[in-house]
Design a protein around this ligand. Structure first.
Ligand SMILES: C[S@@+](CC[C@H](N)C(=O)[O-])C[C@H]1O[C@@H](n2cnc3c(N)ncnc32)[C@H](O)[C@@H]1O
Length: 305
């Protein structure tokens, strides 16, 4: 298995675990929803292996809460889709997706954005989601059915080799996924390939502008959307190098060190008493000392005609 495949496998494992476990009380409270979601969960208390081993499941809804969907949007969705949101922005709010468009969501997860997009494009449009994690694909399909949407098409695949025809989509969206890819230049090239001429892209993602190199090299932080993140400048250069035009940041929301620490240290880790006592407070003070700057950015680009 190549190093790139190993990273994808770790990310897959992290998100399979994250979506399969019921939300903690803190996560449910964050979503403003009482009690655990009624999901077909195979999760439960974290095992000692998941606690101190390499792969830790990311917290549900941490960044989505920070970047924000409206209450109306969240209430309009099946609860499972809202609770199992792992995004860092609201790409639809920054786009001009219209009725009849074909929208492709890279790393569609449990379906939050693809369901919202499907409503906007309506029966004459189409919303295609691509994800590599079986557990996420099952959830997204079930959530689309629960929402009564029949213009949703969820496909299994990797975003570095999209199972999508060239020049076939009007919009590419994505929410907190490309940072997880070990081959970002391939993803940017795939976006350029699948967009119709004149097609547009709006991607919300985490960037890490200032950080010590070793923070980027920690495998355990990869699934937390930190270790794989590149800077805003590198992101824009990557999109332009793929042949996309009009590259700009339509939004930028910086996270304080407490927010990043909440991403990096999930309840699983802080509650488990792993050797070394990794606590949110400790991580927060380390991030402050190293002047780590992380943000959620909404990137726009279009394919030249
Ligand atoms: C942080 S979650 C975001 C999910 C969703 N976009 C949301 O906002 O809730 C990352 C998702 O991307 C998927 N993913 C990560 N890397 C991927 C890759 N290289 N190819 C396909 N899917 C990937 C994971 O399986 C997971 O569902």
């Amino acid at each position: 298995m190549s190093d790139h495949e190993k990273i994808r496998e770790q990310v897959k494992e992290a998100y399979a675990k994250a979506v399969s476990r019921p939300p903690s009380e803190e996560e449910s409270a964050r979503d403003g929803m009482e009690g655990p979601a009624s999901t077909a969960s195979s999760g439960g208390a974290p095992s000692s292996e998941s606690c101190c081993g390499k792969v830790v499941s990311p917290s549900k809804g941490v960044l989505a809460l920070l970047a924000g969907y409206t209450d109306e949007e969240l209430r309009s969705l099946p609860r499972d889709a809202a609770v199992n949101s792992f995004g860092c922005g609201n790409p639809l709010a920054l786009s001009e997706i219209a009725e009849g468009d074909t929208v492709l969501d890279l790393g569609s997860g449990a379906g939050i954005d693809i369901l919202l997009a499907a409503r906007i494009v309506g029966p004459t449009g189409k919303a295609i989601g691509v994800d590599m994690t079986d557990e996420m694909i099952e959830r997204a399909k079930a959530n689309a059915a629960a929402a009564g949407l029949n213009n949703v098409d969820i496909r299994k695949g990797i975003i570095e080799e999209l199972p999508v025809d060239s020049e076939s989509v009007d919009w590419v969206i994505s929410n907190c996924v490309i940072n997880l890819s070990p081959e970002k230049e391939k993803v940017f090239a795939e976006i350029a390939r699948v967009l119709k001429p004149g097609g547009r892209m709006l991607v919300s993602d985490v960037v890490l502008d200032e950080a010590p190199d070793f923070l980027r090299s920690l495998p355990a932080l990869h699934g937390s959307c930190i270790a794989g993140a590149i800077s805003e400048k590198e992101y824009k250069e990557g999109l332009a190098a793929a042949g996309l035009a009009g590259v700009e940041a339509r939004s930028r929301q910086e996270y304080d060190c407490a927010a990043i620490a909440r991403l990096v240290v999930s309840e699983e880790v802080s509650g488990c008493g792993c050797g070394g006592g990794l606590s949110k407070e400790l991580v927060e003070s380390f991030l402050e000392a190293n002047r780590v700057v992380a943000a959620s950015v909404g990137f726009f680009a279009r394919k030249p005609v």
